[in-house]
Design a protein around this ligand. Structure first.
Ligand code: BGC
Length: 748
């Protein structure tokens, strides 16, 4: 009986595969998955024959006992699969293990519906790329797409179908440890990156077994917890949400992301997990999302703590009715949905709709054609950590590092120089991988010390101190090493588990003992290159003064040591630019470049009743978009193709960028706009374009941007989205602090 069912379904699926593919939607971008819009007869056939229990099983997601990221609520996941109570598993991988579990689902359940295997493939699976905040500093969506592609190939070869990425949470809160997982503070850059990641994971055809389904998370506004404490309350106006927080999620959905994860936080008093405004009105009705929504880890159960459900039964009913299709780890759907449907608290239609969405994603992945298509041990061996993957990881690591200071061009160092390497993070290969390193392993990964050794002449290493524990016993040895060498490279920062989930801090300084070590070495007067490893913007005001050069390396991944060494010794040049503002101190937080003017902008030096601090200037330590390289660039005044345009028109803005130094270098040319008068207040600047440009010494290039009504659009007073007539300022520059502008007018 079972076998004939499976055969029947397999046949049906094959027949249904001939459906029309959607045409590519964007110029150079890979198309949305070609089968994105397809519906599948097999899904209807299944829905007709499934029992209520079998349907509910498809809405249940349990973790294996491998890599849990929260409280474990049950051990018997294998029994659950066998009983048809659990149609989806996460934290189980390798071709061998997923095959074993898939065999149970396919051969031992009545209908043989294949399992969906999910995992947090966040910045690589086996080949680990820099943490996402680092990746975003590359401002290189194409390379980011490739990194997601590689992650997908490695993960798919290990039996996985689904990654919990991209994380699209905009964040201006450095205390929050998860700022490390996102693309920084800006919705425009964040959108470009989330779109690129979805294309990378899902490719042009989701049924290609080299691709995996993406999951847009954490929907919505998880990146804005009060005081930066993880899981804390979020509250912001709908206008602010729509303008500054929603665009990257939407870009990912528009790119064809198949799934969305509801966030832990509340929005406007309702937990996102059961927030119909977010999950149904915005996501489905406005954006046309047709994949499925999954809760975050025990998100449904947590509604009891939020205080909007009296128990798990009520929470489960509220969540499903609000549009949350799948329950990750709460066990509430498993336990209570049957009763809820029988009592009419959930309609059969609502249930069927949720099941349909889940089965459709399984069909789009090709799982009904061959449930084992992702489980090939040979492919797993062939795809994992290939030379090409590692090279891409090294390139992206190089592009992610941001040069913050380079006094007297101390960098790049001459190869063969004698170097003292100092600092407790210098010899840690493990920290290089950062938070959420998936199935990445530290074996074979070099530490920064190893990387520097390959390029320097002589190297003396002295850790100097512990990462955080007080104790200056190692200072003298470090000082001695610094005095003996021509230059000191200090590797300081946070251990990698100080960022990521459940890793909020109330201080954004590097641990005091490390700061003290830096002071001690600086007192020798020897030149210091400071390499920072951290997962958030830090208050490094003091450290920047003490070091001659500062390279922000984030956690650069599997090939981080090679990449950083190549940058330090000039085999490569830094080209990263900050995707998030670095404050002077925690008191300036939240600080972001798209601030509004206020009624009392600070324009008269020393004026009391203007918007400023008594004890600190308003400007950040390093603005959004900032970063140096080993050469310099000059910008000509932007030229506009016309002074004005209207609804059907556009203008181009062109600026000549020149490499004024003596080395080749890459500049990230940035376009910002300011709407001078709006029906609601507008930010001082909005990023509306960027381009990486590599120029030889003395070379000039005209960099051109097109401005259409789309670039001027915002949520107007009446909450419609569009442009308003009036004057605009346009800036083309190397970072968001630009002051020179030209103006144009938009006419209605
Ligand atoms: C995190 C998610 C993650 C999930 C599954 C949760 O704790 O918030 O980002 O995808 O666990 O591991």
């Amino acid at each position: 009986m079972k076998k004939s069912f499976l055969y029947f379904f397999a046949l049906l699926a094959l027949v249904s595969c001939g459906g029309e593919a959607t045409a590519p939607q964007r110029g150079e971008d890979p198309a949305r998955a070609a089968n994105f819009d397809k519906t599948y007869p097999i899904v209807d056939s299944l829905l007709r024959v499934m029992t209520l229990d079998e349907k509910i099983g498809q809405l249940v997601l349990y973790t294996s006992d491998w890599d849990v990221t929260g409280p474990s609520i049950r051990d018997g996941y294998v029994d659950d699969i066998r009983a048809g109570k659990c149609g989806n598993i996460f934290n189980a991988y390798t071709a061998e293990y997923t095959r074993k579990l898939q065999e149970i689902a396919v051969n031992e359940t009545r209908l043989g519906i294949p399992l969906l295997f999910g995992y947090d493939v966040i910045h690589g699976f086996r080949t680990i790329f820099p943490i996402n905040l680092g990746i975003s500093a590359s401002w290189d969506p194409e390379l980011i797409r490739q990194s997601a592609r590689i992650a997908a190939r490695e993960a798919a070869a290990a039996g996985l179908h689904w990654t919990y990425s991209p994380m699209c949470d905009i964040c201006v809160e450095p205390r929050w440890g998860r700022i490390s997982e996102g693309a920084g503070e800006d919705a425009f850059l964040g959108s470009a990156i989330s779109r690129a990641m979805v294309y990378g994971y899902q490719g042009a055809d989701l049924s290609d077994p080299m691709t995996i389904a993406a999951c847009v998370k954490h929907f919505a506004a998880y990146g804005a917890p009060h005081a930066g404490r993880d899981y804390n309350t979020v509250d912001m106006s709908e206008r602010w949400l729509r303008e500054f927080y929603l665009p990257p999620y939407k870009a990912a959905v528009d790119a064809g992301a198949q799934t969305v994860m509801a966030s832990f936080n509340e929005y406007d008093g309702t937990p996102a997990t059961a927030n119909a405004h977010l999950l149904t009105e915005i996501l489905r009705d406005e954006w046309g999302f047709d994949g499925f929504v999954v809760s975050d880890y025990t998100g449904i159960m947590e509604m009891i703590n939020h205080g909007t459900s009296k128990d798990l039964e009520e929470a489960s009913i509220q969540a499903l009715n609000a549009g949350n299709d799948m329950d990750m780890q709460s066990g509430g759907y498993d336990e209570f949905l049957k009763k809820a449907v029988e009592e009419g608290k959930i309609s059969k239609k609502t249930l069927d709709e949720a099941v349909r969405r889940v089965l459709t994603v399984k069909a789009r992945l090709g799982l009904f054609e061959d449930p084992f298509r992702y489980c090939s041990a040979e492919r797993e061996a062939a795809e994992t950590k290939t030379d090409a993957n590692l090279l891409a990881a090294r390139t992206l690591a190089e592009e992610s590092c941001v040069l913050l200071k380079n006094h007297n061009n101390i960098l790049p160092l001459k190869q063969g120089t004698s170097v003292a390497v100092i600092g407790p993070l210098a010899d840690s290969a493990d920290d290089l991988l950062g938070t959420w390193r998936g199935a990445g392993q530290v074996d074979g990964v070099k530490s920064l010390l190893d990387g520097i050794k390959e390029m320097a002449g002589s190297v003396t290493y002295a850790p100097g101190c512990d990462v955080e524990k007080e104790g200056q016993a190692g200072f003298s040895q470090a000082e001695y090493a610094a005095r003996k060498a021509s230059v000191t490279v200090m590797v300081l920062g946070e251990p990698c588990d100080w960022s990521g989930e459940a890793a909020s801090r109330t201080s954004i300084k590097i641990p005091e003992v490390q700061s003290e070590l830096l002071k001690r070495i600086a007192a020798t007067g020897q030149p210091i290159v400071l390499v920072l490893m951290n997962g958030r913007p830090l208050d490094i005001s003091e450290e920047v003064e003490l070091a001659d050069a500062v390279l922000e390396a984030w956690y650069p991944g599997t090939m981080g040591a090679e990449a950083v060494a190549r940058l330090l010794f000039g085999e490569a040049s830094p080209s990263g630019r900050l995707s998030v503002t670095f404050p002077r101190n925690l008191g300036q937080v939240p600080i972001y470049y798209y601030a509004k003017n206020t009624g009392r902008p600070y324009v008269h030096p020393g004026a009391k009743y203007e918007s400023r601090y008594l004890d600190c200037e308003n400007a950040p330590l390093f603005p959004f978009g900032y970063g140096l390289t080993y050469t310099t660039f000059s910008y000509g005044k932007p030229e506009l193709s016309a002074d004005s345009f209207g609804p059907k028109g556009s203008i181009t803005a062109k600026a000549t960028v020149t490499n004024t130094g003596s080395r080749e270098g890459t500049e990230v040319v940035q376009l910002y706009l300011r709407d001078m008068v709006g029906s609601v207040t507008r930010p001082l600047k909005m990023l509306r374009g960027f381009e990486r440009v590599t120029l030889a010494p003395g070379e000039s290039r005209d960099v051109e941007f097109t401005i259409t009504p789309e670039e001027l659009s915002f949520w107007r007073k009446d909450m419609t989205f569009g442009p308003e007539a009036g004057e605009f300022r346009l800036f083309i520059a190397g970072d968001s602090s630009a002051e020179d502008f030209v103006t144009f007018t938009y006419n209605e």
